[in-house]
Design a protein around this ligand. Structure first.
Ligand code: OX2
Length: 814
């Protein structure tokens, strides 16, 4: 297939100018950086659309089994740089812009982040979409087009405030509104019985209809013509009139009521861990599930009329339990609309779905109050009851009358608030249940889903998470990317990540070491500049840049980091001047958002600020220690910070992080990891070797026994001292930090900060000792990148394709 649009510098310039003039409606003779960004993006979009059409025509012709990836969150970040790199025309665009008097980097900085997700889970989906496109899989992503993405974090006097993210205010050139692709989604109402051909069937008479309109976001693969689609749904009032309200003359109120429909896709819930039974949230779930399935079934029906073929043509991936209402919805369509008998419908349904859980905590599993579900989706509740009834009967025949176990495994939880356990529904239906790291799978088997594992061991698998090297090295660290290609003698690692291991053979080469160090220095300078612009703090490039960026959570233990920093400060203060020369200078960088209602997490942010205030203004300390909080952490901030880091911290209490993917981004960029043996870190250890990392802390299997010991676990003196400093108001805000300090008292220290503190300090000291031996540090750094291949999302996706979805590549010819 030939490209229709040309990619030489002249054609690109003309295209950009055309879009500035006719799409953006600015004069082609005078436009600013932002307008240049818009013109450029529309021109890139044209090229994406061309590939995307070709890809979908090809998929249609070949009719392979397709994967539909359902997720309530996708954290895409910026699209421009990633798109031009994947299309292979970055340099041509940079040239074209230059000719027009603009610089690519400056223009690219104009783009805001698409933040339609909270954290790791959502960014994982974005990486996986990139890999699905690159590896030519016939896949579609489905999600919600929130009007407001994740809140912007503003820091005022050291406190977090939240501001809405109006990400669509300046338009979004990366999406295509599909006014003709829209489906009615129904809510509320009643279920009635009707007799058809001697059979009684259930008919759902809904009470409200909302229209779902598609917005398509093309996702280009790298080194291929394939571009797949991420289809996001927005809610619009339905044009099915409620004649009664119009006829009663209350025209204005009738319109206002209808307008409320749009609120469904208005806002992303900003809490990544607790699921309150909120009606709006449940509406969001069903809205996106229903629209996606109507679309998927419509596409299936274009070429097939027998639902027995559904599992051969369709794989439905449920990303965490948020989309799991899809199970009940497929059953409803097959039984109520297609009139299949229950067992045939169940057989089909259980062969199309697969489920990945990202959770380690039983308490965090999603539960929907029966009253809420029954009111909003009465027919779905009946279907879920029926699934549960049949499951309970089957279970009884297998395990007998073990009522404790039956009630633990039931999809319906009895109790003060009778609820539906969405994870149980997913496990009962899906033939494969995936964890996201080896350790995570062990926890699923031993704790979270123990009963289910004992019943169906063959269902449980894991696929270690991964991140895309395209975004996290090629786009965000171009200097390192060129260096790797130079030393490997090929750019093929960008598609075939195993090649990174080839760096090992050059690890001792002084030229590589020198160039590697140089790249890091340039990236650190860029980060230092950013820090200075943000906070006015000048940092020394000779210092170790030590970074912890992720959502703020007690289990991620940013507090351990801050207490460690206080300890370091205290030690320096109490040192003889002659000894200070031996101190390794550090710039400690922390960034992350706290969920708006998460009080303790917000206190941790404030503590970070008051400690920073003290240290950074202490003339006695100078460059030996600086602490910087980076506000409004998001994907594009990560792209800047990660390449400029020397050390990165991953401090979760063992057994709490299902996988963790930040660590993988740092690893690829040659940053050394200081970490607990939790989540994917255990596998990173196997790949790069424990002696190339700084590990500390209790192990997963030790944590439960340590918790049992509770108050008898005495925290070390250094720990008690730093906690006391905070408690006594050394940094001010004594009363405010009281509840935070209380969480660290003997017997209450659930996340074991006190227990792990001594070994944490030892790991930090080991990092210091290594840093003063630059050759050793660089050696470890190169080996980190060389060992990061296993953590590419390309690997994860290949595993899913083979062992879970049963899909094959379908490569659109060039
Ligand atoms: C996160 C997990 O906390 C993290 O460990 C994992 O790396 C990521 O998902 C991707 O698998 N919400 N976010 C997560 O889990 C949930 C639930």
């Amino acid at each position: 297939m030939d490209a229709f649009l040309k990619n030489d510098s002249f054609s690109l310039q003309k295209d950009i100018l055309d879009h500035v003039e006719y799409t953006v409606a600015r004069s082609r003779f005078i436009f600013d950086d932002f307008e240049a960004y818009q013109g450029l993006s529309y021109s890139v979009r044209d090229r994406l659309i061309e590939r995307w059409h070709d890809t979908h025509r090809y998929f249609k012709k070949k009719d392979p089994k397709r994967l539909y990836f359902l997720s309530l969150e996708f954290l895409m970040g910026r699209s421009l740089s990633n798109s031009v790199i994947n299309l292979g025309i970055r340099d041509q665009y940079a040239d074209a812009l230059n000719q027009l008097g603009f610089e690519f980097e400056v223009v690219a900085e104009q783009e805001g982040d698409a933040a339609l997700g909270n954290g790791g889970l959502a960014r994982l989906c974005a990486c996986q979409m990139d890999s699905l496109a690159t590896l030519d899989y016939p896949a579609w992503g489905y999600g919600l087009r929130y009007q407001y993405g994740l809140f912007r974090q503003i820091i005022l006097d050291g406190f977090q405030l939240e501001e809405p993210d109006y990400w669509l205010n300046f338009g979004n050139p990366w999406e295509i509104e599909r006014v003709h692709v829209s489906y009615p989604v129904k809510f509320y109402g009643t279920v009635e019985e009707e007799g058809i051909q001697g059979q009684t069937i259930k008919v759902w008479i809904p009470g409200e209809t909302v229209e779902a309109v598609a917005y398509d976001n093309p996702i280009p693969g790298y080194g291929t013509r394939n571009a797949i689609n991420l289809r996001l749904w927005a809610a619009k009032p339905s044009d099915q009139y409620d004649m009664e309200s119009y006829n009663t003359g209350d025209y204005i109120n009738a319109i206002m009521d209808r307008q409320k429909a749009e609120t469904i896709s208005n806002v992303l819930y900003p809490d990544d861990r607790s699921y309150q039974g909120k009606e709006l949230r449940l509406k969001q779930h069903y809205f996106f599930v229903s629209a996606s399935l109507q679309d998927i079934i419509r596409r299936f029906r274009d070429d097939h009329n027998n639902f027995d073929e559904f599992p051969e043509k369709v794989a439905l991936q449920i990303n965490d339990t948020h989309p799991s209402l899809a199970i009940a919805e497929v059953m409803r369509v097959l039984v109520d609309e297609e009139h299949l008998d229950w067992s045939r419908a169940w057989d089909i349904t259980s062969r199309v779905f697969s489920f990945t859980t990202h959770t380690v905590h039983v308490e965090a599993l999603e539960k929907i109050p029966v009253d809420l579900l029954g009111n909003l989706l009465p027919r779905h509740l009946q279907i879920i009851y029926e699934i549960n009834y049949k499951f309970m009967e089957e279970l009884k025949s297998m395990i007998g009358q073990d009522y404790d176990r039956l009630s633990r495994m039931s999809i319906v939880e009895e109790g003060a608030v009778k609820s539906i356990r969405m994870a149980n529904l997913s496990i009962v239906c899906c033939q494969i249940v995936n964890g996201v790291s080896k350790v995570h799978l062990d926890l699923l088997k031993e704790r979270v889903f123990k009963d289910f594992y004992e019943l169906w061991p063959q269902k449980f698998q894991y696929k270690t998470n991964g991140v895309t090297q395209r975004r996290w090295v090629v786009v965000s660290n171009p200097n390192l990317s060129s260096l790797i290609s130079k030393w490997l003698g090929t750019e093929s690692w960008i598609r075939n990540v195993d090649l990174l291991a080839g760096l090992r053979q050059h690890v001792s080469d002084p030229d590589l070491q020198r160039e590697w160090k140089m790249v890091k220095k340039v990236n650190k300078a860029r980060l230092a500049e950013y820090i200075e612009t943000l906070s006015g703090i000048k940092v020394s490039l000779d210092a170790m840049f030590d970074v912890q960026i992720k959502r703020i959570h007690e289990y991620k233990r940013q507090l351990l980091n801050i207490l460690g920093i206080i300890h370091r400060y205290d030690c320096i203060k109490n040192m003889e001047t002659s000894d200070r020369r031996k101190v390794v200078p550090r710039v400690c960088i922390i960034g992350g958002k706290a969920a708006p209602g998460y009080d303790i997490a917000k206190k941790i942010i404030k503590l970070c600020h008051v400690v920073a205030e003290k240290i950074n203004n202490d003339a006695d300390i100078g460059d030996l220690l600086k602490l910087v909080f980076i506000p409004d952490y998001n994907v594009s901030v990560a792209e800047l910070v990660i390449p400029g880091s020397d050390l990165s911290q991953h401090l979760s209490t063992a057994g709490h992080e299902a996988s963790g993917t930040g660590s993988m981004k740092f690893l690829m960029n040659g940053c050394l990891l200081l970490a607990t043996a939790d989540g994917a870190i255990v596998e990173i250890m196997e790949e790069v070797g424990a002696d190339n990392m700084f590990l500390f802390g209790a192990k997963v299997n030790e944590v439960p026994a340590l918790r049992e010991k509770g108050a008898s676990l005495k925290a070390p003196l250094q720990f008690l001292r730093v906690v006391r400093m905070v408690r006594d108001g050394y940094f001010g805000f004594k009363d405010y930090f009281k509840s935070l300090c209380d969480t660290l008292e003997d017997g209450k220290d659930f996340y074991l900060l006190g227990y792990d503190f001594a070994s944490y300090l030892e790991a930090q000291a080991a990092a210091d000792r290594t840093f003063v031996d630059p050759e050793k540090w660089i050696h470890m750094s190169i080996l980190s990148t060389a060992g990061s291949g296993k953590f590419s999302s390309d690997k994860t996706i290949e595993e899913y394709a083979k062992h879970t979805w049963g899909i094959e590549p379908c490569k659109c010819p060039f």
